[in-house]
Design a protein around this ligand. Structure first.
Ligand SMILES: Cc1ncc(COP(=O)(O)O)c(C=O)c1O
Length: 467
């Protein structure tokens, strides 16, 4: 299954395998050293269901990092010696690989940043401060990750802009009527995720971008949970900005991407000042380099960017259609099997089509941390908490959920292990409903809003407006 960087161009748009030829999760798993470690004595093999937080890395990516530090580690863009030239060439080649992956018009439209959070802060502080005036409206949604909420709160406080948030429906989708109502106020910016990290809901962003553009808004898409999972074409989406994290798509932590339309990036002031981003520096003022350098002050994560391109090559080699189809199959199976577990309450859309590889749930009133801890005893790794979406948790009427997130290396057997673990959670804690008072009590009044639905899953009858 392993693919090296040069194969990226060859497989782009004409993936080596048709969707009809499904991904073999077990074979893919063999590419990931962490997943193939011998388990500690007495523990079953690891089932990793926390890829929405950060994915595991295939051996080709780890090797690319080792190769960089072993053979050509040097600072870039400055040296006139061979190592620096090789590192510079590979760093810029990585930018082209990433640009091709999202179908950007030019590699100059891709800025390397540390993570999605930094990418969004860059836009907020640079584009936002330059373009937002008192009273201007920024539209987000109640489902956003804090990384796509807090930067806008900061820039709103600095500029006097206003914030409004699209509500969500009872089954965890965006309330599109409310979106349209907010568009009548002619916002300056619409910033929303393509896929919810807490519920897995896939939003119709192409349509929403068109509606936002129709009223003159600039658009930012948080692609942290979409770019790793579904084929992303920025020209087709027509988004103005797209932010995504390399570490959630098989790349190392440290290199991620902000895509921006070139005309917008050209017109924006720098975000961080320092080395590499200048054209000329005088003691009393400076001029800026062209994009992307204007937004890459200081020494970048050279090895991480190069390894990110290898990760992109790896995903492209698997074929993004197959990645998506594989997740559909695993999530579909998970939604079905989770309904067998007594007292499981599923959050978000009921069908796999409207979801990415994320499934959030509760087991009765048992605190999600206790659920996760018991799953961990069976070496099943899930996340429990608010997932950096506190307003969304409030809208759901809970303080936390347990979240299983699936990726290319997960299999139907992993779902079985999750379900076995949840049966055990019920056996161990099922009778003791107040083990974790913080969550159980805090959301008790809201429980009345939940109704038993088919197969034991419950949906909120009414979602409070927190927008
Ligand atoms: C939708 C979404 N946006 C933003 C982020 C932040 O990503 P990072 O931690 O890489 O900055 C995450 C991380 O989970 C996310 O899921």
């Amino acid at each position: 299954m392993s693919v090296t960087m040069p194969e990226v161009a060859a497989t782009r748009g004409q993936h080596a395998h048709a969707v009809a030829d499904p991904l073999d999760g077990a074979a893919v798993r063999a590419d990931f050293p962490v997943l193939n470690q011998p388990p500690v004595e007495g523990r079953p093999p690891l089932v990793f269901l926390d890829s929405a937080a950060s994915s595991q890395k295939p051996a080709v990516v780890i090797d690319a990092l080792t190769d960089y530090y072993t053979r050509y580690n040097a600072n870039i863009h400055r040296g006139v010696y061979e190592l620096s030239e090789i590192a510079t060439e590979r760093y810029e080649a990585a930018r082209k690989t990433v640009a091709r992956f999202i179908n950007a018009r030019s590699a100059r439209e891709c800025i390397f940043v540390r993570n999605t959070t930094e990418a969004i802060n860059l836009v907020a502080q640079s584009w936002g401060r330059a373009n937002l005036r008192p009273g201007d409206l920024i539209v987000g949604t109640v489902m956003e990750h804090h990384s796509n909420l807090v930067p806008w709160q900061l820039v709103a406080a600095a500029t006097g802009a206003r914030l409004a948030h699209v509500r969500m429906t009872a089954d965890g989708r965006l309330d599109l009527d409310h979106f349209d109502v907010l568009m009548t106020e002619e916002p300056k910016l619409v910033a929303l995720a393509h896929v919810s990290n807490s519920l897995g809901t896939v939003h119709p962003v192409k349509e929403l971008i068109a509606r936002a553009h129709a009223v003159g808004a600039t658009t930012l898409i948080d692609g942290a949970q979409s770019v790793p999972h579904l084929q992303t074409d920025v020209r087709d989406l027509d988004c103005d900005f797209l932010a995504f994290s390399g570490h959630k798509m098989c790349g190392p932590m440290g290199a991620s991407v902000l895509y921006g339309k070139k005309a917008l990036l050209d017109a924006m002031p720098p975000f961080l000042g320092g080395g590499s981003m200048i054209r000329k520096v005088e003691l009393d003022g400076s001029t800026w380099a062209d994009v992307p350098a204007k937004f890459e002050a200081g020494t970048p994560a050279v090895g991480d960017a190069i390894a990110l391109a290898v990760a992109v090559g790896y995903l492209d080699g698997l074929g993004m259609e197959r990645v998506w189809a594989h997740e559909r199959e695993v999530v579909d199976y998970a939604l079905e099997r989770l309904r067998e577990v007594e007292d499981v309450m599923l959050f978000g859309p009921r069908t796999a089509e409207a979801r990415s590889g994320v499934v959030s749930f509760a087991v009765g009133d048992i605190h999600p941390h206790d659920v996760a801890a018991i799953l961990d005893e069976g070496n099943v790794a899930v996340r429990a908490g608010h997932h950096c979406t506190q307003p969304l948790m409030r809208a759901l009427g809970v303080v936390a959920t347990t979240r299983a997130s699936f990726y290319v290396y997960n299999t139907l057997e992993d779902v079985d292990r999750l379900v076995d673990g949840l049966h055990r959670v019920n056996r161990v804690l099922g009778g003791k409903r107040s083990v974790a008072p913080s969550a159980a009590r805090a959301d008790e009044p809201c429980r009345a809003q939940w109704e038993q639905a088919d197969g034991g899953a419950k949906v909120p009858a009414e979602v409070p407006d927190v927008g």
